[in-house]
Structure formats: structure tokens, C-alpha cells
Ligand binder design. Structure first.
Ligand SMILES: NC(=O)c1ccc[n+]([C@@H]2O[C@H](COP(=O)([O-])OP(=O)(O)OC[C@H]3O[C@@H](n4cnc5c(N)ncnc54)[C@H](OP(=O)(O)O)[C@@H]3O)[C@@H](O)[C@H]2O)c1
Length: 325
């Protein structure tokens, strides 16, 4: 069977994302075939397309998150039946496609009440937020935490979940509309970092005490500022590099306030399928109970993946992006 998919033949600008017909393999032992209904677009996809990451063998189909329906099962695949709704994240790429064949262990069953669009746009972001808040630095009631890109996909989930755990959340945002969004999604304070020095503002808000944890996905532009915002024994959870890679630095910088630093990968943190499924259930429960509210979702046809990438790279956007085959 040949069906349309986005194929990246060489790294570069968004126009490198082109629609082609590709073979969809019959499911082998332990595999299932799924038809995608919604495909998440993540910042990771931009790193891959632009050539910052060389983790997808070219030519290749990008995409690390999707939802869909099982259409066929291979020998020995017993977890799912045709018609089951599923979602998944994967380091193997291949999500920007109409259909695919995949190891059944990768899949997470979707409960009623969680739409395909919600799952395809919030599974990766939600698992990331869960791992950061519960495993990398376990947020406690009355903690003060700093979240950069607080109106972004992962950022808004971090803010809401940290606030639900009783933390005081300070978010940084790139504009007034984002500040308003962040304040409605878990932040007690929203810092307009283009207008004010976020380190000075955090210092002021925390009366010089600093934050117990800083969740930093921006990287190059914020790393040292985030470090400066930490309280004694505070933790810096760097988990992305939207502004570029963090340059090499002296580890002894952590010594002054006995700080710690992590650089989490959700794929490594949640590498065991059982653990990932369990965390996904917690995530779906948090959405079902209204602890987490999804932000706006902007939809593009699969063929318009280049437009979606332009939207992703434009810092004007809020919420999440998805492709519909
Ligand atoms: N480690 C992991 O396992 C893992 C998993 C998932 C995601 N991530 C990372 O989490 C981050 C957020 O992902 P997301 O998909 O939810 O994206 P997002 O936060 O919705 O978008 C990125 C935001 O970062 C801010 N930003 C600051 N400097 C920027 C720059 N130079 N260029 C572009 N944006 C900049 C912008 O918000 P403002 O306008 O408010 O500044 C922008 O909207 C990404 O860095 C991603 O790689 C990591």
C-alpha cells in the first residue's frame, strides 16, 4: 500500500518538507498498522528539519508524536484490535504520514473523553511536563518555580501542573497576550522578558530568596539567568534549546549556591513502555479532571507541514500545532 507522507530529503528551510507517496509495510510479528488521524508538531521537528539534530536518517519521514486508529495487527500482536484508538511518541520518527506500521509496545490506548487531536498535540508535551515536575525535580507545595516560555506547549502544562501541586509559578513570556494566557494557566506572575530583566524580577518577586526550581527550555538565551534565579540548593532543569545550544560552562558555577542541574530527555526518562503508559494515564486523568487545560490548537493539512513549521518557529504563536492527513 502506498500513501502520502512528508519526506525530508535534506536539512534546510521548511520547504524541504515535501509530500510524497511512500510504502506502508504490512505489520510483522508484534507490530500493528495504524492510520493517523492527528499528528503533533513539536520543536524537536524543527531541530531535525533545520539540521541542528542529525537523528533522522535522510531521506526520512519526520515526526515523533501522533494519534490514530489501529487498522491491522501482525502475528503475536495481542494488545490492540482493529478500530482501537491509540497515541504514541517515538524516537524512531515516521509520524508525518497518513499511516504507518509500528511495534505495538509503543502505543498507548486512548480513553473516551481524550480526543485524537488532544492526544496528538499533548502526549509528548504532557509526558515531558509530568517527568520534569514529578521525577526530575519533584515540586512541593509552597515551592517557588520559574518556567520559561510559560505560554508555550510544554510551558503552559508545566505552569498548570506545578500550580495544582501548590507551587507559586513565575513564568517568562514574549508578549502581553502570552502574559495574559500564562496568568490564566497557572502562573502567579508573568515576566515580560523583552521589557524587563527576568533575573531582577524573580529576585524582587521572591524577596531575594530565589526559586527552588527553574524549568528552562529556551537554552542559550536564558541558561545563566536561570542559574542566577536559583535559591540555595535549587535545581535547574534544562530541557530544551529553543534559542540555541547552551555553551560550555564551568561546573563550579553550581558550587556557590550548591545547585544542581539536569538535562532531561523524555524518551530516556520514560523509556520503559509500562512506565510511559502509566504516566500517560496520569496525564489523561489530569486533562479529564480539568487540572490541565489544553491551549489553542492550530490545524494544518499534512501537505502543509512547511506552513506548520513556519508557525512553530514564529514566536508570535501560542498553544500547539497539528497536522491532519
Ligand atoms: N527534553 C525533552 O524531552 C523535551 C520534550 C519536549 C519538548 N522539549 C523542548 O521544550 C521546548 C518547548 O517545546 P514546545 O513544542 O512546547 O514549544 P513552545 O514552547 O510552544 O515554543 C517555543 C517558545 O519558546 C520561546 N522562545 C524563546 N526564545 C526563542 C527562540 N529564539 N526561538 C523560538 N522560540 C523561542 C517562545 O516563547 P516566548 O515568545 O514566550 O519567548 C516560543 O513560543 C522546546 O525547546 C523543545 O525542544 C524537550
Amino acid at each position: 500500500m502506498r500513501l502520502p507522507a512528508i519526506v525530508l530529503r535534506g536539512a534546510g528551510d521548511p520547504d524541504q518538507l515535501r509530500l510524497e507517496d511512500v510504502d506502508v509495510a504490512e505489520p510483522g510479528p508484534g507490530e500493528v498498522q495504524i492510520r493517523h488521524t492527528a499528528i503533533g508538531v513539536n520543536f524537536h521537528d524543527v531541530y531535525v528539519r533545520s539540521g541542528l539534530y542529525h537523528t533522522l536518517a535522510l531521506p526520512g519521514i519526520p515526526g515523533i508524536e501522533a494519534a490514530g486508529v489501529v487498522t491491522a495487527t501482525g502475528p503475536g500482536a495481542t494488545r490492540f484490535r482493529p478500530g482501537d484508538r491509540v497515541a504514541y511518541i517515538t524516537r524512531q520518527y515516521g509520524c508525518y504520514a497518513t499511516a504507518r506500521t509500528i511495534d505495538e509496545d509503543a502505543l498507548i490506548p486512548l480513553p473516551d473523553g481524550i480526543s485524537d487531536e488532544l492526544a496528538a498535540t499533548h502526549l509528548l508535551k504532557g509526558l515531558t511536563a509530568y517527568a520534569l515536575l514529578h521525577e526530575v525535580y519533584a515540586v512541593k507545595p509552597r515551592d517557588r518555580v520559574l518556567v520559561h516560555a510559560a505560554a508555550g506547549g510544554v510551558g503552559a502544562l508545566l505552569c498548570q501542573w506545578a500550580a495544582a501541586k501548590g507551587a507559586c509559578v513565575i513564568g517568562t513570556v514574549g508578549g502581553l497576550e502570552k502574559a495574559d494566557f500564562a496568568l490564566r494557566h497557572g502562573c502567579s506572575h508573568a515576566i515580560l522578558y523583552r521589557d524587563e530583566d527576568f533575573v531582577a524580577r524573580v529576585n524582587e518577586i521572591t524577596a531575594g530568596e530565589g526559586v527552588q526550581a527553574a524549568y528552562d527550555s529556551v537554552g542559550k538565551d536564558t541558561f545563566f539567568g536561570s542559574l542566577a534565579c536559583l535559591a540555595p540548593t535549587g535545581h535547574l532543569a534544562n530541557f530544551g534549546q529553543s534559542s540555541g545550544a547552551v555553551p560550555p560552562f564551568e561546573v563550579s558555577l553550581l558550587f556557590k549556591k550548591s545547585n544542581s542541574l539536569s538535562r532531561m530527555s523524555v524518551f530516556v526518562q520514560l523509556r520503559h513502555a509500562d512506565h510511559r503508559r502509566e504516566v500517560a494515564q496520569q496525564l489523561f486523568k489530569a486533562f479529564a479532571e480539568g487540572v490541565l487545560k489544553p491551549g489553542p490548537m492550530q490545524k494544518f493539512a499534512l501537505a502543509a507541514a512547511a506552513q506548520a513549521h513556519r508557525a512553530m518557529e514564529s514566536r508570535a504563536r501560542m498553544g500547539s500545532l497539528l497536522l491532519v492527513p
